[in-house]
Every structure is written in structure tokens, then in C-alpha cells.
Write a protein that binds this ligand. Structure first.
Ligand code: GLN
Length: 248
């Protein structure tokens, strides 16, 4: 039976707005197809994980305080994480984790939280604490073989600059900064995004893109994922798209 292994990093510190739901959605969609998703976790003081042995690495959002506590621990693993990315392991990084894979995060008090510097982008918070990009968001995403409207919820003070390859084009909401046209950062095997939601519960096509990528990489086979009945998910999407974009 085909299996995938997922590492959930810092579940006790990076888990805002139900980010763990992304893992549950991946596991549910695997199970429905008779496939298995094994989940391990890593947090500060745990034994160092063998990053390279995982198919998917996930980390969620977190407030500035948590980011500053765990940044030093995360940076210990820079070369291993970089190697895993270069070798095609899939990374799904939400909000606070997205920021930490860039150069740095500058908080409201000008305090610098160092990032992994694996990617060239950097994030600076708006000095006025009350100014945050908060609300629903819809972006247009090109996933190679198809495009899809990805729906989520953003809540970040950080404004991210110097993005070489965005995840999506903003149709509704803010994106990487106030009034931006771009959202997130995307490589074939890295999705770094401000979209909570949980992201994958509102975007089953995106969940399947990740699963298809990982299964194809691991088992080195051309195959189609069995289609699941997403009637309820799609009804929900239609309503949300209608509400935010006035289209179905
Ligand atoms: N602390 C970061 C910010 O406000 C990240 C918040 C989050 O992960 N939602 O920009």
C-alpha cells in the first residue's frame, strides 16, 4: 500500500487558525483512496529529524513571540532543510513559517528575528500594531497543468518584499503586503503562503496537487489520483467565490 511521510514542525508553537487542518485534509484524502499518510512531529528539544526521509514538511503560522523563540532552533537545521528542498521534498509553509524561510522578520519594535535565508525575500511589520492585513483572500494560482482560484484567510502584520516567484495573483484581499497584486512564494515543491483557512479544506485541488506531486516523486510512476466526491467542498467554494468575487 502506498504511503507518504509528513513532518509537522513546531506544532506547539506554529498552529494558528486551524493550520493543523491542512494535515488532516491530506490524511483524509489519502485514506479515502486507500493510501496512508504517516505523521511525525518535531519541536524544540526533540531529537533532530531526518528531514530528507520525509515526503512533506509542514509548518504553520505563529505570532512574533513564538517566531522569535523558535528561530534559533530552526536555523540549526538550515543546511538539512535546504538539502531537502533541493532534493524535491514538498514544503507547505503558512504565514509565520513562510516568513522564517526568508532572510528575516522585522517586528513592530524594529527587533530582527533572523530567518533561514533559504529564500531571498524578507518581511517587515508595519510599525503601527493596529495595522494588519486581515480578512478573506482569493488568489489565482497556476499549478502547471491547471489554474485554480485558491481561497483563504490572512492575518499578518508582516509585509513581505522581494518575491521572485509568487504563489498567486491577488483577486480579493491583500497578499504579501497591503494592496499587493502578489501573494506568497512558490517553487514546484515549495508553497509558502499567508493563507490560513485551513488552506487545504477550502482548496481540494491544491491538496491533490501536493499529494500527486509527492506520490509521483516517491513511487516514480505516472498515475492519476482517483477522483473524490468533492460536492460539498465545491458548493462551499461556489458560495465563497460568489461572495468575494461575484462569480461562480
Ligand atoms: N507574526 C507574523 C505577522 O503578524 C505572522 C502571523 C501569522 O502567522 N498569522 O506577520
Amino acid at each position: 500500500m502506498k504511503e507518504l511521510n509528513l513532518l509537522y514542525m513546531y506544532p506547539d508553537m506554529l498552529e494558528l487558525y486551524g493550520d493543523i487542518g491542512n494535515i488532516k485534509v491530506l490524511q483524509y484524502r489519502m485514506r479515502k483512496r486507500g493510501l496512508i499518510l504517516n505523521i511525525d512531529t518535531y519541536s524544540i528539544e526533540d531529537k533532530a529529524p531526518d528531514f530528507y526521509s520525509y515526503d512533506i514538511i509542514f509548518a504553520g503560522g505563529g505570532a512574533d513571540n513564538e517566531q522569535s523563540i523558535l528561530s534559533k532552533d530552526l536555523i540549526k537545521y538550515k543546511s538539512f532543510l535546504k538539502e531537502a528542498i533541493d532534493n524535491g521534498v514538498f514544503f507547505l509553509l503558512i504565514c509565520g513559517a513562510y516568513q522564517l524561510f526568508g532572510k528575516y522578520y522585522k517586528g513592530v519594535d524594529n527587533n530582527i528575528i533572523p530567518g533561514l535565508e533559504i529564500f531571498d525575500y524578507y518581511t517587515e511589520a508595519i510599525p503601527d500594531r493596529s495595522k494588519r492585513c486581515i480578512g478573506n483572500i482569493v488568489i489565482d494560482v497556476n499549478l502547471g497543468d491547471f489554474t485554480t482560484k485558491v481561497i483563504g484567510f490572512e492575518n499578518h502584520g508582516g509585509q513581505t518584499y522581494n518575491i521572485s516567484s509568487p504563489f498567486g495573483k491577488v483577486l480579493f484581499g491583500n497578499g504579501n503586503k497591503f494592496g499587493d497584486t502578489q501573494e506568497g512564494f512558490f517553487l514546484k515543491n515549495v508553497i509558502a503562503t499567508y493563507l490560513h483557512g485551513p488552506l487545504l479544506s477550502k482548496n481540494p485541488d491544491l491538496a491533490d496537487y501536493i499529494l500527486h506531486y509527492c506520490l509521483k516523486r516517491k513511487y516514480n510512476e505516472e498515475f492519476e489520483l482517483t477522483k473524490l466526491d468533492d460536492t460539498f467542498e465545491n458548493k462551499c467554494r461556489e458560495q465563497l467565490l460568489d461572495r468575494f468575487l461575484n462569480i461562480c
